[in-house]
Ligand binder design. Sequence first.
Ligand SMILES: [Mg+2]
Length: 249
Amino acid sequence: MAPAESPAHREGAHGTLTGAVIWDFDETLARRPGGWRHMLVDALDLESPGHGVTATDVEPGLRRGFPWHDPERGHPELSDPDRWWANLQPVLRGALVQAGVSEPVAERASSRARFEYTRLDRWAVFPDTEPALNRLRELGWRQAILSNHCPELPDLLAGLGIRDYFEVVLTSAAIGFEKPHPEAYARALHDLGNPHPVWMVGDNPEVDVAGARRCGIPGILVRRPAPGFDYAPDLATAVEMIERGSAGA
Ligand SMILES: [Mg+2]
């Protein structure tokens, strides 16, 4: 389809081209296999080789304490990256101690988290990500990321080679609100200049799709289906749904 035929190119009230797609990042566009659990074991490997602690052992201690575990509460006080990581370190240290690691080793391993979590060699962009981002760009869609993530997300995107696709990159660590808080979505819409049509694409039914829907943004669930949600098994299918769903919008 030629760009001029895409719904992204519909003329807005003021003659502007305003169609936009807001993406989730983690487990939608890219992933760090094993997430925070594996990161913590990686950090422990460096401090205490042969420790015998597994990702399963640390998982119970990671079920609460992250900013996104309490999305109703805004946290503008954590917008400074040093403060964001300092706020998280006791959670990570506690998860290690709960798994049987000594306090001093847990302290040292958890203090490595910022470096470990953001290591580029631990992250992988999904094979269908760049084709989908390229396709939307060719069709004239503007693109943004709205992610419950750490402060270093923009650097991570740059390191992974996909930063330039996005006009707006918002990480909850910097904006002080976690999806599905309406303020997170409001900030994305504001920074995009209230685009129309607009879509949200993500892997989390409640946070990405239901949360967006409550803010008037149609959402598409990707990667794993859930009952009652518009679902695309891959990002190419999501792009097709966006184009089809926006025709005549
Ligand atoms: Mg996600």
